[in-house]
Design a protein around this ligand. Sequence first.
Ligand SMILES: Cc1cc2nc3c(=O)[nH]c(=O)nc-3n(C[C@H](O)[C@H](O)[C@H](O)COP(=O)(O)O)c2cc1C
Length: 221
Amino acid sequence: MENETDPSMFASHGEFLKPEISNTVQIRPKILYFGTPVVLIATADGRGNVDLAPMSSAWALGNTVVLGLSVLGKTLENLKATGECMLNFPDQTLWKNVEKLAPLTGKNPVPFQKMGTFRYESDKFSAASLHPVPSEVVKPPRVKECEIQMECNVRNIYKMSEQDGQLAAIVEVNVIAVYANKKVILDDTHVNVKEWKPLIYSFRHYFTLGDELGKSFRSET
Ligand SMILES: Cc1cc2nc3c(=O)[nH]c(=O)nc-3n(C[C@H](O)[C@H](O)[C@H](O)COP(=O)(O)O)c2cc1C
């Protein structure tokens, strides 16, 4: 019989497919990083010492960006101390620079949970062959090589529920200024999405965007 093994022929509204005949199985992935852009977050401590860390648990709504950060990092310590950051968005060409930052922390001594995997580095810019450029309002610098940069003030820091001994914080930041390389803009209110190729982190692998599929009815470009 045609389609004898296709479970979709048995599915109707509200009916569950039997797991043993479906192509979908329950899995227990070690991580849930389903593919979000990489951000290089620059922060400074109270004495002006700069830290730069890769992160990807970030999303935007209006002028707010929400960041998910481990309590073990120097980044969160700096955000609590000074309330400022610069979000730098690397494009696809910078994945190796980002990966150079991956095993580094600005925390000295290295927290015991990170010992053996991470090492302390005071000059993350040099370690990753990246160059700091002064910001306009906040102390932390921009990353010259990143084509999109956002100056931010911390608005709120929330404690995330503890899971498997992992402690993290949700940091809400207010974007006060956005900078972009002329190459990736159409005008001062629109990014040129055909030119902007963000670096995407998917289950600990680096990618960029493929060809455009279409656009939202709200798109102005
Ligand atoms: C691509 C990438 C994405 C990451 N995303 C996050 C993240 O969203 N939140 C986080 O706390 N750590 C994230 N990390 C791990 C931090 O970069 C790492 O813990 C680093 O040591 C933090 O540096 P710091 O201690 O100087 O802040 C990510 C690492 C990489 C390489």
